[in-house]
Ligand binder design. Sequence first.
Ligand SMILES: Cc1cc2nc3c(=O)[nH]c(=O)nc-3n(C[C@H](O)[C@H](O)[C@H](O)COP(=O)(O)O)c2cc1C
Length: 230
Amino acid sequence: MPDLPDMHALPALDLLQERRSIRAFLPTPVADETLQDLLRLARRAPSGANLQPGEFIAVRGAARERLSQRLTQAWRDGEPAREDYSYFPQPMPGLLRRRQVAAAQALYGAIGVGREDRPGRDAQFGRNFRFFDAPVALIVTIDRSLGTGCYMDLGMALHALMLAAQAHGLASCAIGAMASWPDLIRAELGLDDRSAIVCGMAIGQADPDAPINRTITAREPVERFFRVVD
Ligand SMILES: Cc1cc2nc3c(=O)[nH]c(=O)nc-3n(C[C@H](O)[C@H](O)[C@H](O)COP(=O)(O)O)c2cc1C
């Protein structure tokens, strides 16, 4: 076992500090080998009993175009969302609602879209279904029979994937909006009902000039979520 490097020298700390969601990309392709390297690293994430839950499907070409079109249509037609797993509490408690609103303000504020500007908001929201035109478009699935804890494991792998991408000079955004119409995604990708749809993921080189990429979200100070009990 090699000696662990000095913790302070680990660029991982910078990666953690600097990662943020990127929603506009350059068309520069990402090589297959690079994507596989990133996924291999992401899979180094810990998981209970090393179950390594979750699968990643890269959608490309005509399949990607069809999937994006069908998701966009479902959203525009107001097809009821039927997620495979619950995410946001209903109703959203006040504190969480404030965080959600602040994140939305950061996002739409970056592109100068106000609260009442429904067309402006829709134009940005619709880009979710196009994977923000990123060169890499992933759909993330998990076996439906796995327990809630396995979603936690998969979350660690997703974060690891984002950080690995960043270390390669790439950026990313997880896309939960994709998961609203899982039946449609399964049908398009030929997946059976055992595969629960977790989210999409966009990966590629960040477009440095895109205003949307100036979105900066805040975090609560540590005293708000950490305490010591002696
Ligand atoms: C599981 C997951 C799903 C997400 N879904 C979306 C999404 O559908 N659309 C979007 O624009 N951002 C999405 N995000 C990005 C979050 O809005 C973002 O992580 C949060 O506001 C914090 O900002 P940051 O990632 O820039 O630090 C998602 C993030 C996660 C982890």
